[in-house]
Design a protein around this ligand. Structure first.
Ligand SMILES: C[S@@+](CC[C@H](N)C(=O)[O-])C[C@H]1O[C@@H](n2cnc3c(N)ncnc32)[C@H](O)[C@@H]1O
Length: 238
């Protein structure tokens, strides 16, 4: 029987329509009302609240990892653009950063973001602009060695201009990719968010030279009306 992300059955007679409707309030823009209504009715938002994740983004990395299996116990992970912390929370559990899975190797999680992030047990988090000149050197020093996974969910605040946003996210993604080439262990994985829009071809070419496999994935938790997708590059050639 089909289940919603909250684990409830979707079938069944006489189910009431439980959608929350948001009334337009004075002073609230129509776009904000629509955003609020979508948030309140989003099953991934509800599931994140119920399961203690800091945002629905957590399910994107879970779904990618369920498919490609890179967050394994013992893995050393770098999470670029980690605020508010959903991906870090998932990584801490899956790489066994707190040593909760007895008999399994203990991994590490290092997160960075422009914004301040509430501490997460098992993760080391720093506030940093990854586009600063010496940002990669700082992250390398915190890392203190190689990484098995570099993942980036970095996205600049929307400019409202689709092509500009696309170019900005590609720049973030390319910077993350060059950092990954520098720190990844042979066989390592690079995961990054991109927006479909045309300029990602060069990045794909580059990744194909450096990794054995490069996949473009739209996980179910990624909203269908967003042009967001993820590149998952596995088997770093070193
Ligand atoms: C979609 S959010 C990440 C959500 C996160 N994966 C989670 O699960 O909570 C994108 C993040 O990228 C960060 N970001 C954007 N540009 C950045 C930069 N230059 N350096 C560091 N972080 C950046 C933003 O501050 C924002 O918190």
């Amino acid at each position: 029987m089909a289940k919603t992300p909250t684990g409830k059955n979707t079938s069944g007679r006489g189910q009431r329509d439980l959608k929350v409707k948001v009334k337009t309030a004075r002073g609230r823009k129509l776009s904000s009302t629509r955003w609020l209504q979508r948030q309140l009715n989003d099953p991934y938002v509800k599931r994140a609240q119920a399961e203690g994740y800091r945002g629905r983004a957590a399910y994107k990395i879970m779904e990618l990892d369920d498919k490609y299996r890179f967050l394994v116990p013992g893995a050393r992970v770098v999470d670029l653009g980690c605020a508010p912390g959903g991906w870090c929370q998932v990584a801490v559990k899956r790489v066994n950063a707190l040593g909760e899975k007895s008999g399994k190797r203990i991994g590490t999680v290092l997160g960075i973001d422009l914004q301040e992030v509430e501490p997460i047990a098992g993760a080391e988090i720093h506030q940093l602009d990854f586009m600063e000149d010496d940002a990669d050197e700082k992250v390398k020093a915190w890392l203190g060695g190689k990484a098995d996974v570099v993942m980036s969910d970095m996205a600049a605040a929307s400019s409202g201009h689709k092509q500009t946003d696309h170019l900005r996210i590609i720049a973030l993604c390319e910077t993350a990719a060059y950092f990954a080439f520098d720190v990844l262990e042979q066989g390592g994985t690079f995961v990054a968010k991109v927006l479909a829009g045309g300029a990602e071809g060069d990045l794909q070419k580059l990744l194909k030279q450096k990794f054995e496999k490069v996949a473009n994935v739209k996980p179910p938790a990624s909203r269908s009306d967003s042009s967001e997708k993820f590149v998952v590059a596995t088997g770093f050639r070193g």
